[in-house]
Ligand binder design. Structure first.
Ligand SMILES: Nc1ncnc2c1ncn2[C@@H]1O[C@H](COP(=O)(O)OP(=O)(O)OP(=O)(O)O)[C@@H](O)[C@H]1O
Length: 268
């Protein structure tokens, strides 16, 4: 669906952050991106809808090489929605309705369609109760929820999230993840960067490990997290269950992901 091939990017201050990065986000999957602080995850996401342009290398969207023309960018940005780590950097309007309608107005969507999408999204994200609150009165968790709603109103086919569970308490994380699963079940491909390895293990179909501007490992969580020693080289740990499993069964090639599998493997 989204493909990066040998992408290099250097910030104007001279720091080279993407160093020949190649990656393929498969259609319809739940994908996770992990890597230590500063390895370039956000920079990679900024290349996923043309907010940054590679110095060299290619980016493909649905099999077509991106040409970075205005028309291509406009369509691409509508199809790839990004929820940034800090909602303060994402939300720009004073009220919830204006925030939700912002992207649609920019695309010159008809007023009646905007009103219908607003109604649907307010219902879908249960936003009616905050309707009259100024956005700056919302809590950080509520702002994160609104950021997700304001991205989903554009009906993207790829949803990218940078550290979606940062700033959320346990209940908010559960609610947020339930919503993400619901979004995914409706056919949206989801790609998230997170430091929460337990969450990755439980949730992802595919994990990409990033280190120093490149993808250095990828695969199913049960196959990636069995390689604890290799992950340590990239300053990444393993989920709690994987740590226990890798200690008990150091020669296994995969970690079970369900209680049934664990029971069967341990013959209990
Ligand atoms: N606008 C910028 N100008 C210059 N350097 C930048 C800029 N944005 C990020 N960087 C640098 O690029 C490197 C990668 O940053 P990036 O935010 O992509 O990493 P990350 O993997 O998302 O980190 P984290 O896990 O902490 O969110 C860092 O060293 C950062 O300081």
């Amino acid at each position: 669906m989204l493909k990066f091939q040998d992408v290099y990017y250097t910030y104007p201050d001279g720091q080279c952050v993407l160093k020949g990065l190649s990656l393929h986000v498969p259609l319809g999957k739940k994908c996770a991106l992990i890597g230590h602080n500063g390895c370039g995850k956000t920079t990679l996401f900024l290349h996923a809808n043309g907010l940054l342009i590679p110095d060299s290398g290619e980016v493909y969207w649905k099999g077509k090489k991106i040409d970075y023309k205005q028309k291509t960018l406009q369509k691409w940005r509508q199809e790839v929605g990004i929820v940034f780590q800090n909602p303060e950097h994402q939300l720009i309007a004073p009220t919830i309705t204006e925030e939700l309608a912002f992207g649609l107005h920019n695309l010159r969507v008809e007023k009646s369609v905007i009103n219908q999408l607003l109604q649907e999204t307010m219902d879908d994200f249960s936003l009616h109760k905050w309707r009259d609150k100024p956005i700056h009165h919302l809590s950080l968790g509520q702002k994160k929820w609104l950021s997700l709603a304001s991205v989903m109103i554009m009906k993207p086919s790829l949803l990218i999230l940078d550290e979606p569970t940062a700033y959320l308490d346990r209940l908010q994380v559960e609610r947020f993840m339930e919503k993400l699963n619901d979004i995914h079940q409706k056919g949206v491909t989801v790609f998230m960067a997170t430091h929460d390895l337990d969450l990755v293990f439980q949730w992802a179909d595919v994990v990409f490990v990033m280190h120093d501007g490149q993808i250095v490992m990828q695969g199913k969580p049960e196959e990636v997290f069995v390689q604890g020693e290799r992950l340590k080289q990239f300053q990444i740990g393993v989920p709690l269950l994987a740590a226990v499993w890798n200690t008990l069964f150091p020669n296994e090639r995969r970690i079970p992901r369900s209680i049934e599998e664990i029971k069967a493997r341990m013959k209990v």
